[in-house]
Ligand binder design. Structure first.
Ligand SMILES: [Zn+2]
Length: 348
């Protein structure tokens, strides 16, 4: 009797066991993944990061070993973040020749085959935790967005307020990028969302003979609450205010296209969206609008929430991690920065 039905279209035909692989539209490979690494110049021992199970800050002397652990899983690229020996208002340790990322990069590139990307920003190096040196902006007298000295929106009575000085920050970013390239970085990844940062860095790299070093811009980086655990990891929480006057408003999608167009005009080679899962619509629209490789940063909060749920026995960690990363690729990302990189690669 069932044969009386004339169902011409039966998608289930292609979901049978031996055909699924042939018709699958998206694949996830270890070579798509970049593992973030935290190198800490203030410690002689590895320090585990409580809110990011399985991750540690490692001393400079352990950076090569840490990268070798990553390479053994099949992941070929790492992104370095540094915790410096000291911080100051201008973040001067960020471009020191003997700085934490510079030292680690020299050792890793000399002793391993890893592809080394370096994060270029000031927030881990400034004593106030913002992504550049501060300037005073009198309320109402400056068209630039202002940063006030508390988290509450309702109490605005203080006179002078502080904001990151965009153009002074560009000069610092140029010095940082060149110092990383001199140390051997394979790709430079500016994350501070300063206007003009990609053009400034491209110009500086070219002037110093690093025309071959590509730039992966954190092109559409949102002011997100999903960064919480990272701030434990990198010790980079702002000591006052927040970063919403330079990072993007989570409400905005069209603005992401404008932001990214500017980075493309300035010579960005790879375009990143951060965070990933709450912004898959942005990944998807950048994929349609641009021909550049698109990267997505599966951030610390996305990692921590799956770990927390699996610790409670509510989710199967490996399955949800794999599904999350697959969804990021399906949305259009070519490469993914993720704290799951090693776990996922090991399962291949
Ligand atoms: Zn920053």
């Amino acid at each position: 009797m069932a044969n009386d039905r004339s169902l011409t279209h039966r998608p289930r035909r292609l979901r049978q066991d031996r055909i699924r692989g042939l018709v699958s539209e998206t694949s996830l490979e270890p070579s798509d993944l970049i593992a973030p690494i935290f190198v800490d110049a203030t410690t002689d021992e590895r320090v585990s990061i409580e809110s990011m199970p399985g991750h540690e800050r490692v001393p400079v002397a352990d950076a090569v070993d840490r990268v070798e652990e990553v390479l053994e899983t099949g992941v070929e690229a790492v992104m370095l973040f540094g915790i410096p020996t000291s911080k100051d208002p201008d973040g001067t340790r960020a471009w020191a020749d003997d700085g934490v990322v510079q030292e680690a990069t020299r050792q890793i590139t000399a002793e391993t085959d890893a592809y080394v990307l370096t994060d270029v920003c000031l927030c881990e190096y400034t004593d106030h935790g913002h992504c550049g040196p501060l300037e005073e902006a009198l309320r109402g007298s400056n068209a630039r967005a202002q940063e006030h000295d508390h988290d509450h929106d309702h109490d605005h009575d203080h006179g002078p307020t502080l904001t990151v000085d965009n153009d002074a920050t560009l000069e610092a970013l140029e010095k940082i990028a060149v110092s990383h390239a001199e140390a051997g970085a394979d790709m430079i990844a500016p994350s501070g969302m300063m206007d003009g940062m990609v053009g400034a860095i491209r110009g500086a790299l070219d002037r110093e003979g690093f025309e071959h070093v590509p730039i992966m811009s954190y092109a559409a980086k949102y002011e997100s609450a999903f960064y919480g655990p990272f701030r434990d990891a990198a010790d980079g929480a702002p000591s006052f205010g927040n970063r919403r006057h330079y990072q993007m408003d989570p409400a905005n999608a069209r603005e992401a296209i404008r932001e990214v167009e500017l980075d493309v005009e300035q010579g960005a080679d790879v375009l990143m969206v951060k965070p990933a899962l709450p912004y898959l619509d942005i990944v998807s629209s950048l994929r349609r609008e641009f021909d550049h490789p698109i990267a997505a940063y599966n951030v610390s909060g996305e990692y921590a929430m799956l770990h927390a749920a699996s610790e409670k026995g509510w989710l199967d960690l490996e399955a949800v991690a794999h599904e999350s990363l697959l969804s990021i690729k399906r949305a259009g990302a070519d490469l993914i920065l993720t704290y799951f990189a090693e776990e996922i690669a090991r399962s291949y």
